[in-house]
Design a protein around this ligand. Structure first.
Ligand SMILES: [Zn+2]
Length: 633
């Protein structure tokens, strides 16, 4: 792939910045130099102040972290050329007073003509940093035989001998160590014979995806906003560091010397010094990679295949921590894109949401004439995390529901087709799991051949390469002899649904929560607090972080028929009273089936037999109504 270079204002700014901050001052300093040096001086002052303030906390058992960069020497990108990136990275590390960072080299990257890859690796070493082995061709150990993988590592091992700073540490590409215990152990054995130790990470993150988003936004001519990107990069990586430090405390009872995984990319070149400053401000001490690899956790190779998230994650999993709880929410492409879109840094994925123009705070009919058809009754919608796969319900005669699906493929959306339907039984309320492997829904299908019951139950199907599995009933932990409606889950497995099981005592449908555990569920409990009333409450959509539940209610005081409300989780485990969403959403028509897209940006719901969407900021506006007191500064 060819890259064109951005040679515009920003590059000039950066270059003059490097010049200005390294060259001796003179009386003819240009405005850009003045600005840049002011920033530099302010940063130094902050650094000095924070160092003084933090010396106490460092002494009281500090958090230690080493910085490592993968895939060096990476080829040029849209943001800057390869040589320029190396110069900036070295300068930024120097100004942040960091040495002993380790650059894990992928030696096949040395082939790129005109990018002086070998010279750049030598420059990192000359600047006080180290080199490690990141294979020759960057292939996953899970996709090669141990023999082929070790051969690839050996090539890199030999080529890296020419560099003074080469240390015998291997960073596995994609952090994959083999597809089976046997191949993992064969590779471990081979590495020991080569004299290579593991250049493991403890702080996994998706910095590579932020870089991909940056490149995509530059290609799409979205104006480059340096403050916005700095904030996103620093915030996410700081959260990753704190997250894995907390996981380590929980699983190991201590926070070991950590190793941060980064990539040799333009985000690092621009913001590594900002990140280091933020880490120090949060009590982290920067140490060299070799120092970090002296930690006792370097000595034991974790006996698991859960190795793609780093060593602390592997050790936590061995101690029994659920994998989904080990993951930081921001290790997710849709979440990161959502944050970047929200900050105005990035656009939606190509084709996302049928390429429709996103709405503001006034809801819009979704994909009129394409999905929302004038002569068809659509309701309930669930999108894949990237907005490129869609599931929705269609009401046929006698309220018999069918579930349709469409997806973006090869540059276009496929026509919507029925995937769950039956001449007698109804299917409705699709909910696609976060990882896209399960589709939940409700159906009147009898739960067994012997059963004649035709109430709605919760079900799901599993996706495989061959297509969708047979229907699987969620079972007696969840499904009652009465109607059970709607499905949504938090990221840690809390299920929200509605049921009329207690209608005799608690009025109409109410909202229930249950905690998933293995294939079973804890006994469902009606929401504690004021969200449920004697009126109808159903169609609960719980936020991935469990912070709110949207639902549809026919309670008195609404705009007509049913409206959409939101209840917020309170610190005491109770749920707030439902707050009606504003005039941009609720109307005298029937509003129901709310769901929020995985990127957190859009609320979908049904009104007047069509699908609508609106900016999810309406949820925060409702929260402000609940708590109108000005917040303490
Ligand atoms: Zn890599």
């Amino acid at each position: 792939m060819k890259h064109k270079h951005i040679t515009g204002n920003f590059t000039r700014y950066i270059n003059s910045c490097i010049d200005a901050c390294t060259a001796p001052q003179n009386s003819n300093t240009s405005p850009v130099k003045v600005n840049c040096c002011r920033a530099f001086i302010v940063r130094c002052v902050i650094l000095i102040c924070s160092t003084t303030l933090l010396s106490a906390s460092i002494m009281a058992g500090s958090k230690q972290i080493a910085i490592t960069f993968d895939d060096a020497p990476r080829p040029a990108g849209l943001m800057m050329g390869a040589k320029q990136r190396t110069a900036m990275l070295i300068q930024a590390l120097k100004s942040a007073n960091v040495s002993g960072a380790m650059f894990f080299a992928t030696t096949n990257n040395l082939k790129h003509a005109g990018e002086e890859g070998a010279k750049r690796l030598a420059q990192y070493v000359a600047a006080g940093h180290l080199l490690g082995n990141h294979s020759h061709t960057h292939q996953s150990a899970s996709r090669l035989s141990p023999k082929d993988f070790l051969a690839d590592i050996t090539i890199a091992h030999q080529r890296l001998q020419q560099f003074a700073g080469y240390q015998p540490y291997l960073r596995f590409p994609y952090l994959r160590e083999g597809s089976s215990i046997q191949s993992r152990d064969a590779i471990r054995q081979g590495l020991a014979e080569l004299g290579l130790s593991q250049g493991y990470v403890t702080i996994d993150n998706y910095d590579w995806y932020l870089q991909a988003l940056l490149e995509e936004s530059l290609a799409a001519n979205i104006p480059f906003n340096i403050q916005g990107w700095r904030k996103l990069y620093v915030d996410i990586l700081l959260q990753a560091a704190e997250h894995y430090a907390a996981i380590a405390e929980q699983a190991l009872g201590r926070s070991p010397a950590h190793v941060l995984l980064l990539h040799e990319n333009s985000l690092a070149a621009m913001f590594i010094d900002d990140l280091v400053a933020a880490l120090r401000q949060n009590g982290w001490q920067i140490i060299s990679a070799l120092e970090a690899y002296k930690d006792p956790i370097a000595k034991t190779l974790p006996d698991t295949l859960f190795l793609g998230q780093g060593r602390v994650a592997a050790m936590a999993e061995i101690k029994g921590m659920a994998r989904r709880n080990i993951r930081l929410y921001a290790e997710d492409e849709a979440v990161l894109r959502g944050l970047a879109v929200k900050a105005g840094l990035s656009g939606l994925a190509e084709g996302a949401y049928l390429g429709e123009q996103p709405p503001g705070l006034q809801a819009k009919k979704f994909a009129a004439g394409k999905i929302s058809l004038a002569d068809r009754y659509e309701y309930a919608v669930s999108f894949s995390a990237d907005g490129r796969e869609l599931f929705f319900g269609v009401a046929q005669a006698n309220h018999r529901g069918e579930i349709f699906s469409a997806r973006y493929k090869d540059g276009a959306w496929t026509p919507a087709r029925k995937i769950l339907h039956h001449p007698s039984y109804s299917f409705a309320d699709p909910f696609l799991s976060r990882d896209g492997t399960r589709l939940y829904f409700i159906s009147t299908t009898p739960s067994s051949a012997a059963s004649e019951s035709n109430d709605y139950d919760l079900w799901y199907v599993k996706r495989s390469r061959e297509g969708w599995s047979d229907l699987i009933n969620l079972g007696g932990d969840i499904n009652s002899p009465m109607n059970d409606y709607y499905v949504s889950f938090t990221d840690n497995g809390t299920l929200a649904f509605a049921s009329e099981r207690d209608a005799a005592t608690a009025g109409d449908f109410n909202i229930y929560l249950s905690q998933g555990a293995g294939d079973g569920f804890s006994p469902p409990k009606a929401l504690a607090g004021d969200a449920n009333t004697q009126a109808y409450e159903a169609d609960p959509f719980i936020a991935p972080d469990g912070s709110y539940i949207l639902f549809s209610s026919a309670r008195p005081g609404g705009k007509g028929q049913r409206d959409i409300y939101v209840s917020f989780a309170q610190a005491n485990g109770q749920w707030s009273k439902g707050v009606a969403l504003g005039n941009g959403v609720n109307t005298p028509e029937l509003e129901f089936c709310p769901s929020v897209t995985r990127d957190g940006r859009y609320l979908f719901y049904t009104s007047n037999q069509d699908l609508y969407w609106v900016d999810a900021a309406v949820i925060e506006l409702a929260r402000a109504q609940l708590d109108p007191q000005p917040r303490a500064k």
